[in-house]
Design a protein around this ligand. Structure first.
Ligand SMILES: Nc1ncnc2c1ncn2[C@@H]1O[C@H](COP(=O)(O)OP(=O)(O)OP(=O)(O)O)[C@@H](O)[C@H]1O
Ligand SMILES: [Mg+2]
Length: 266
């Protein structure tokens, strides 16, 4: 266990696809309990960063340390067991699955009991199942999806699917959650709901990395903002600092840095 206040430390990550540098010497530190937002134009490397931290992509070079443990190269399920969870930008789920099915499946994937143990109505698998049921009910209440419990994904609104996707990420009681555009495509009411949920997660002590295009929301929620462009971190600071940073305007609008104009952020 690390005593440092930094829970996630990524150092000089390099990730390429053919000639495209998706991450280019990308370093970032996240403090325990912080909401850090990662912003930047389409194709900047935000999802690639989440994929690297959660083990879906393996950077060619660099280092990723979570709470004192080097996690670079670890498989996604091992990283998840350490307490890192994520949502997907475009979750891919069977349309007939209900919210409860999705949460049970997410929880089951992390159970330690083997197949034979699961067939027995006692012992470790029984204990794990009871614990799973309890955790799932807590998450359902926490994310306000009680009425979606038995509803198939295909019958849910887009916003409800996003809610379930966040709930899925919480069933393993993570310490660090990476949210990939949790508000994209939502109306103002649902956006407000998700904002409140993120703040509730923060109040519960979770550390959050938020990838989001809604700059106003980012500025309201974040303790720190890092700006990516072409795989490189071009700016980092508090929301107030970032909103004044000409490099941010440059990354988003292609303005000349020398203009020194106010960034597009409110
Ligand atoms: N599996 C892949 N194969 C090839 N190229 C990829 C792959 N994944 C990402 N890329 C490329 O890496 C770059 C960064 O992509 P990434 O998905 O991280 O962008 P992003 O910042 O999340 O963008 P958006 O805001 O549109 O979601 C892009 O040029 C993308 O096309
Ligand atoms: Mg993305």
């Amino acid at each position: 266990m690390s005593t440092s206040n930094i829970i996630l430390h990524s150092e000089r990550l390099e990730l390429s696809f053919g000639g495209i540098k998706a991450l280019d010497s990308m370093s970032v530190e996240v403090e325990k309990g912080q909401i850090l937002s990662l912003i930047g134009p389409n194709g900047a490397g935000k999802t690639c960063f989440i994929n690297c931290v959660t083990g879906y992509y393996r950077p060619r070079e660099g280092q990723i340390v979570f709470d004192g443990t080097d996690i670079l190269g670890m498989r996604p399920h091992r990283i998840a067991r350490l307490g890192i969870s994520r949502t997907f930008q475009n979750p891919n789920t069977y349309p007939t699955m209900t919210a409860l099915d999705i949460l049970l499946a997410a929880r089951y994937m992390h159970c330690r009991a083997g197949m034979m143990e699961c067939l027995a109505p006692f012992g470790r698998s029984r204990r794990e199942e009871l614990q799973s049921r309890r955790s799932i009910e807590e998450v359902i209440t926490f994310t306000h999806i009680e009425e979606l419990r038995k509803k198939p994904i295909s019958m849910m609104s887009y916003g409800q699917r996003k809610q379930v996707e966040i709930a899925r990420a919480l069933v393993m009681q993570p310490r660090l959650v990476l949210l990939d555009e949790p508000m994209s495509g939502l109306d103002d009411v649902m956006k407000e709901m998700v904002c409140e949920l993120i703040l509730d997660m923060h109040r519960q002590g979770m550390t959050i990395v938020l990838v989001e295009h809604d700059i106003q929301t980012v500025m309201e929620l974040s303790h720190k903002v890092a700006v990516l462009d072409h795989g490189q971190k071009v700016a980092e600071g508090t929301p107030a600092e970032i909103s004044r940073d000409a490099r941010v305007a440059s990354a988003y609008l292609g303005r000349n840095e020398a203009d020194g104009q106010q960034a597009a952020c409110p």
